[in-house]
Design a protein around this ligand. Structure first.
Ligand code: NAP
Length: 252
């Protein structure tokens, strides 16, 4: 890896969900440069293994665990396994997310349920599993990935916006519950970022988004990963219950 391992991250254990592509893959890759072992969680093992190999080729350390984040039992099993093996879990990044866009008047119940199950219940599931070991070791950093539309709303994304607003509420509440135990809980809210999720949007929607961004460009997964890394660092020890917006000025 290009960067020298950072002593504050070295020897620690991180878990990133939705790590097989996009923002999650980049967070895992950038974090691994700092020295912790990164546990990559996603649904498809093959894709995860490819990311783990990429990290290993660059001198970082990663292991893979398959889980559907919307499943309470699977989240609990992954975290139990990690804590059983390493005796700790220091960093949790809840990044897995999906979209099922539709105008509310046409939205099917399954579209609502699927998005809330992954984007909001998934965050609950992993926080619920991780919080006890973090409290016991009197150290923990949780970063939940919300979205700009969780604060500003977006036509055609009532389910997604509700899930991402919910993530902010969950984050602020949990932050208050565990602040006295040296565990911090924060959100990063990306704007319009170049990944597979945005690549599939209709051209007209992409153009409309770009027009809303004062910086006149899409963000990159690296832009998001740097904010996550800061919130996980020891330098961010006194920051909790906050939302860092990474959106090129799209919403202030
Ligand atoms: P992405 O490229 O679609 O990646 C999402 C990842 O999450 C995929 O690897 C996906 O796996 C995984 N995933 C989906 N459902 C899962 C489940 N039930 N259990 C475990 N893993 C699951 O999306 P992205 O753009 O990187 O987005 C990452 C996060 O940033 C999401 O929370 C998203 O809402 C948020 N965000 C993105 C943007 C943006 O502009 N891209 C903006 C704001 C917020 P599969 O591919 O196998 O399904």
């Amino acid at each position: 890896m290009d960067a020298k391992p950072n002593p504050t991250f070295s020897g620690r254990i991180a878990l990133v969900t939705g790590a097989s592509q996009g923002i999650g893959e980049t967070i895992a890759f950038e974090l691994a440069k700092e020295g912790p072992l990164v546990v990559l969680v996603d649904i498809q093992r093959e894709k995860l293994e490819a990311v783990a190999e990429r990290i290993a080729r660059s001198g970082g350390r990663a292991s893979v665990q398959t889980a559907d984040v919307s499943r309470f039992d699977q989240a609990a099993a992954v975290v139990e396994g990690v804590v059983g093996e390493h005796r700790r879990l220091d960093y949790l990044v809840n990044n897995a997310g999906i979209t099922r866009d539709n105008l509310l008047m046409r939205m099917r119940e399954e579209e609502w349920d699927a998005v809330l199950a992954v984007n909001l219940k998934g965050v609950f599931n992993f926080c619920r599993a991780a919080i006890r070991p973090m409290i016991s070791s009197r150290f923990g950093r949780i970063v939940n990935i919300s979205s700009v539309v969780g604060v500003m709303g977006n036509a055609g994304q009532a389910n997604y916006s509700a899930s991402k607003a919910g993530v902010i509420g969950l984050t602020k509440s949990l932050a208050r519950e565990v602040a006295g135990r040296e565990v911090t809980v924060n959100c990063v809210a990306p704007g319009y970022i170049m990944t597979a999720m945005t690549e599939s949007l209709p051209e007209a929607v992409k153009k409309a988004f770009l027009e809303m961004i004062p910086m006149k460009r899409m963000g990159t997964p690296e832009d998001v990963a740097q904010a996550v890394k800061f919130l996980l660092s020891d330098q961010a020890a006194y920051i909790t219950g906050q939302v860092i917006h990474v959106n090129g000025g799209m919403y202030t």
